[in-house]
Design a protein around this ligand. Structure first.
Ligand code: HEM
Length: 508
């Protein structure tokens, strides 16, 4: 036998062994599915599994809103997902405040997002969460960080966003406004959080490896959450195939780029810096023992990217989609901000813009950037509407559906009416009960970046409406005229195909 025959033999044996292992693994999956999958043929589960809901509804969220409106309690079960879905504010308050400790994120959620988020604030419960929350709220609440953040936002608006829009107005070109806002929000959150500028909204619109890897990783992580059984993705991860192989690659790239960012920050030194990463490093003393806590810092970097980038860009995108259908609202914002005056708007001026604040909240009522949020019920419980929830079952509250409930918003629930947020003779902005409007979550884990996000969105929207008329071209701004925009499934809502617009300068 020569060496060629030997290597062929070895290869065949290897292939046979691989094939046999694959068959065994597949058999294991089938047996586990049969044993663990809660088979159900009710109309809701059938529609979910076959995807037949898509015949009538544009987005899964629209279908959930329909089911929840029909339910007398505002709560439904999707048995095949082992999930209770609710749009009932009393249930939301019970989960997020009254029985907070019984409704943690839970281990299954931590497993779904664990590869991407690690032990970052979004993905942990108990002491690990409390510790990070305390540190993050100290930093995000400090006057020094707020004024540092505002300066960054104002500069990014003036030196990057406006020139890009000016250029598009001059050329008469069609621009994907969603892409522009994602670049804007990415630059801003990187500068605020890490003191580093990725220059994504430079005129040349460079490709950011980190932004792309991050997009892929969050999209594929969200796909895990939508799977009917975790066994499907855990098997794929074990075998390193398909979407799990792609996810692993994307996360590896995120890890490398986050590590480079941390090294860069460490090189620059943290003394006197106001970015969040430096302040975290300084307050945990890791400046001196960098290697020890690099994983902790990596998890902070990824969490803040997730928190601050796609949320803000999602809200700004849907805002301009709605304003394009409501020129009267854009005109009222312009009038409130000071007509056609040019120049930077101060922080104090922004704070006084109640009508604009109402417009932002009304936009996020209809299009919350985080459309749903899941908790795990630690020990069996009964929700205020009488729904029994088994221990370790998943409960989802659904801000997108809640914004479409007549019992919360009245019969005019579908209308874009900023006035519903204004009260009294001075037409002051008054926020709704946070459990009816959990767009920033509510209770003990309420969003820590809410004020920063509102400031950022006000600064952008006021600057843009004062200088430009923005017209959505094509199909993607369908919401006002009947059909809803189509969202890409993901951790944060983004419009499929982007938001193509044409901008026209209002003053020469
Ligand atoms: C329109 C913009 C935003 C929206 C709609 C929003 C919404 C939310 C939501 C729904 C959560 C709860 C997520 C969960 O636990 O599953 C959350 C948490 C959080 N957000 Fe925001 N967010 C926005 C912007 C920001 C910004 C700009 C930052 C900071 C730079 C930020 C920082 C955080 C942090 C640190 C948490 C974790 C809180 C905790 O678990 O205790 N957010 N946000």
């Amino acid at each position: 036998m020569d060496s060629m025959e030997l290597s062929w033999g070895a290869r065949c044996a290897g292939l046979a062994f691989f094939g046999f292992s694959l068959c065994l693994a597949a058999l294991g999956v089938v047996l586990l599915l049969v044993r663990r999958w809660p088979w159900c043929s009710c109309h809701v589960c059938r529609a979910y599994l076959t995807g037949s809901w898509a015949r009538e509804f544009t987005n899964l969220g629209d279908w959930y809103a329909h089911l929840l409106r029909q339910s007398p309690t505002g709560t439904v079960h999707v048995h095949v997902l082992g999930c209770t879905v609710t749009a009932n504010p009393a249930n939301v308050e019970y989960m997020l405040k009254t029985r907070f400790d019984n409704f943690p994120k839970g281990k299954p959620f931590a497993a779904i997002l664990g590869d991407l988020l690690g032990n970052g604030i979004f993905n942990v419960d108990g002491e690990a969460w409390r510790h990070q929350r305390k540190m993050a709220s100290l930093e995000l609440g400090s006057v020094a960080v707020r004024s540092y953040a505002y300066k960054i936002i104002a500069k990014e608006v003036e030196t990057r966003l406006m020139p890009v829009l000016d250029d598009a107005a001059d050329r008469g070109t069609v621009l994907d406004l969603q892409d522009v806002f994602r670049r804007f929000a990415f630059d801003t959150i990187c500068k605020i959080s890490f003191g580093l500028d990725p220059c994504c909204l430079d005129k040349e619109m460079p490709v950011s490896e980190l932004a792309e890897a991050f997009d892929t990783a969050s999209r594929l992580s969200a796909m895990r959450g939508a799977a009917a059984s975790p066994l499907l993705w855990t098997m794929k991860r074990f075998l390193n195939i398909g979407s799990e192989r792609e996810l692993k690659k994307a996360i590896k790239l995120v890890d490398e780029l986050a590590a480079a960012m941390i090294r860069e920050r460490q090189k620059l030194g943290v003394g006197g810096s106001h970015d969040l990463l430096s302040r975290f490093m300084a307050s945990t003393g890791v400046d001196a023992h960098a290697a020890v806590d690099d994983k902790f810092l990596r998890d902070i970097v990824v969490s803040f990217l997730l928190a601050g980038r796609d949320t803000v860009s999602s809200a700004l995108t849907t805002l301009f989609m709605l304003l394009s259908k409501k020129p009267d609202v854009a005109a009222a914002m312009r009038a409130e901000a000071g007509g056609g005056e040019k120049g930077a708007v101060t922080y104090e001026h922004l704070k006084a813009l109640h009508y604009t604040h109402a417009v932002l909240y009304e936009n996020m009522r209809l299009f919350p950037p985080v459309q749903f949020d899941s908790k795990f019920c630690a020990a069996a419980d009964v929700l205020p509407d009488g729904t029994y929830v088994k221990g370790e079952a998943r409960v989802m509250y659904h801000p997108y559906a809640m914004g479409r409930m007549p019992h919360i918003w009245g019969t005019e629930k579908d209308a874009f009416r900023p006035e519903r947020w204004l009260t009294g003779p001075g037409a002051s902005f008054v926020p709704a009960n946070p459990y009816k409007y959990p767009v920033f979550q509510a209770g003990q884990r309420v969003c820590l970046g809410k004020e920063l996000a509102v400031t950022e969105m006000k600064a952008v929207s006021v600057a843009v409406v004062r200088a430009f008329d923005v017209e959505v071209v094509g199909e993607n701004g369908r919401s006002g005229g009947g059909g809803a925009p189509r969202f890409v499934p993901g951790l944060t809502a983004s419009i499929s195909g982007g938001l193509p617009v044409r901008v026209r300068r209002l003053h020469t």
